[in-house]
Design a protein around this ligand. Structure first.
Ligand SMILES: [Fe+2]
Length: 269
């Protein structure tokens, strides 16, 4: 059985810069260490965007040695906090196609497709919604049409649907309808997203999906606030996909919790 590791929303900052008191580098390192110690046999690591917090070259340079040390293929993706030119300058060898940070590869009987939903350049001020232009939609269509019966995992930073978390729904994927229509038409796939910093699952128009949370700051289950920046310091986490012969199972594992490795029966009364 093949396995895939997922991490999303690493939000790397420059040294000495913290997010709600958390150091993204230390948090990412802890998650990488835990994930690779427990699952050394994963085929690849996908990072589902928002690699950096501000999209600066300095932030990508702080991220790079952490990813270079990972002993399996790493497939980075872009999110709304990223900037494509700065990323490409620091990560020139990352999987890319047609000028976008998008890729496809087969892992056994599963086709893995990673997409680039960054809107820009030009980058509108304080605009964080995602885009999939015709060029990127055509890439996806072709990747799904040529998979010779394989199941697919489609990865994109921005969810294409409403989650109930208002602030994030306001900055979802702009072309969500076209994207979901295309996925539903092809079928036999699972959609994996980031962006929301919470672990969620569901299905929309028949498309099954999972959203994973960050190694760093997490989102809040608040269905009333339009603030997209509500964050909490819950533990960091990674996702693990098991590529079964007849489907895909996705786990989410928190890292750094104390007292959860206690095995045994019921407490004595
Ligand atoms: Fe994010």
């Amino acid at each position: 059985m093949d396995k895939l590791l997922f991490i999303t929303d690493t939000h790397m900052t420059e040294a000495g810069r913290f997010i709600i008191g958390l150091d993204p580098a230390a948090r990412l390192q802890a998650v990488l260490d835990a994930a690779l110690a427990a699952h050394a046999d994963v085929a690849a690591l996908v990072i589902l965007g928002d690699l950096t917090h501000n999209g600066t070259e300095a932030e990508y340079r702080r991220l790079k040695p952490l990813l270079d040390a990972v002993p399996i293929p790493v497939i980075p993706m872009l999110g709304n906090h990223d900037r494509r030119a700065a990323f490409q300058k620091v990560f020139p060898d990352a999987p890319q196609a047609e000028g976008f940070v998008q890729s496809m590869r087969d892992i056994g009987e599963t086709r893995l497709i990673t997409l680039d939903s960054l809107d820009g350049p030009p980058y509108p001020d304080d605009h964080h919604a995602g885009r999939l232009c015709d060029t990127r939609l055509r890439f996806l269509d072709k990747a799904l049409a040529t998979r010779a019966g394989r199941q697919a995992i489609v990865c994109i930073h921005h969810p294409p649907f409403d989650t109930g978390i208002i602030g994030m729904d306001m900055i979802k994927l702009a072309e969500g309808d076209a994207f979901l229509d295309l996925l539903a038409r092809h079928g036999n796939l699972h959609l994996v997203c980031g962006h929301v910093h919470r672990t969620m699952s569901g299905s929309t128009r028949g498309v099954p999906w999972t959203i994973l949370k960050s190694p760093c700051h997490q989102g809040v289950l608040d269905l009333t606030s339009p603030d997209a920046h509500l964050s909490t310091n819950e533990p960091g986490a990674y996702g693990l996909a098991l590529l079964m012969g007849d489907g895909i199972v996705i786990h989410s594992e928190d890292v750094g919790l104390k007292g959860v490795r206690i095995f045994g029966g019921y407490d004595a009364e």
